[in-house]
Design a protein around this ligand. Structure first.
Ligand SMILES: Nc1nc2c(ncn2[C@@H]2O[C@H](COP(=O)(O)OP(=O)(O)OP(=O)(O)O)[C@@H](O)[C@H]2O)c(=O)[nH]1
Length: 304
């Protein structure tokens, strides 16, 4: 934890919305170069990329929703679960919509999920640059307003950087008093660990069903690059997968270690692909009850 003074504030913000609405673009635009440096790797969009932006006394932590892409086909339940997971513990949700498109079933489902929680939701209507007639926006806003009591509806063009200042004002207004969890000048001091943990978590989520995935966090305990006997570079990675119950631990490990092996093999393949280096991955499973609070999120970023 970095900083706490009398005025220090933070806001945890999840960005959700249909595929192609412009979520990644928004994240990049708001966070700026810091995240772009991380996301120029080929598969970044597959992992949950989080951006951190510190402006004055306030630190904003952005969480992209995992599972939304996969949900394109399998939709509703899967997507809602993914969203509910990422929405838990955040202060604000940005629902990113494409103002040139009709409200989709997925969006309706998403909004239903908001109603059960208390988190404030800002609706961002993106791609206004594509509207030939700006007055069409009025009807779009009216339609969305029927769905939910958004704290604000902000028409923007991320492409043209139009309206982004209004989003920032809304976020600032709704930030809460508290410390800065990340160094002020960086996206994170350990971007590789963040990405690694997310790749492993993604594999665990894909392989497990129902209740277990919601209680999973991954931390990278150890990283070491060395040369093997043939002079090839190899990266040793030790990861811990945290779950909430003993019974979940059993499921995660699987019969004779089969599940953990499968998760490990799939994660290793992706890690090698992503980092372009041979990887030796060791995964451990630990039970940590009730990690699912902010501390859990921070752990998941590899910052303890
Ligand atoms: N015209 C226009 N295009 C935009 C705008 N914002 C984003 N786009 C484009 O929309 C496409 C999708 O943008 P992304 O940021 O990848 O959208 P996403 O919601 O993260 O998409 P998924 O990763 O599929 O969920 C890209 O081609 C962007 O260039 C905008 O304000 N105007």
């Amino acid at each position: 934890m970095n900083k706490k003074n009398a005025n220090s504030k933070n806001a945890f913000v999840t960005i959700v919305g249909r595929a192609n609405a412009g979520k990644s673009s928004l994240l990049n635009a708001l966070v700026g170069e810091k995240i772009a440096a991380v996301s120029d790797k080929p598969q970044t969009t597959r992992t949950k990329i989080t951006g951190v932006l510190t402006k004055g006394e306030t630190q904003f932590v952005f969480i992209d929703t995992p599972g939304m892409h996969k949900a394109k086909n399998k939709l509703s339940e899967h997507m809602l679960n993914a969203v509910n997971e990422s929405v838990a513990g955040v202060d604000l949700i940005i629902l990113m919509a494409d103002c040139t498109k009709k409200i989709s079933e997925n969006e309706r489902e998403l909004v239903k999920g908001f109603k059960t929680g208390k988190t404030k939701v800002i609706l961002v209507l993106n791609k206004i640059d594509l509207l030939e007639n700006k007055e069409d926006l009025i009807a779009v806003i009216a339609e969305y307003s029927k769905l939910f009591d958004f704290i604000d509806i902000v028409p923007v063009s991320v492409l043209e950087k139009d309206g982004l200042d209004i989003i920032m004002e809304d976020l600032e207004k709704n930030a809460v008093e508290g410390p800065h969890y990340f160094p002020d000048d960086k996206f994170t001091d350990q971007p590789e660990k963040v990405i690694m943990a997310e790749i492993i978590r993604e594999k665990a989520l894909n392989n497990l069903n129902d209740e277990v995935p919601h209680g999973i966090a991954v931390t990278i305990e150890h990283l070491n690059e060395r040369e093997n006997r043939n002079g090839e570079a190899i990266l040793d990675v030790t990861a811990t997968i945290y779950c909430e119950r003993e019974s979940h631990k059993g499921i995660l490990i699987g019969k004779g270690g089969s599940m953990l092996r499968k998760i490990g093999q799939e994660a290793r393949a992706d890690l090698e692909d992503f980092f372009q280096i041979k990887v030796n991955l060791q995964c451990w499973v630990k039970v940590k009850e009730g990690w699912r609070n902010r501390e859990g999120m921070i752990k998941n970023f590899g910052l303890e």
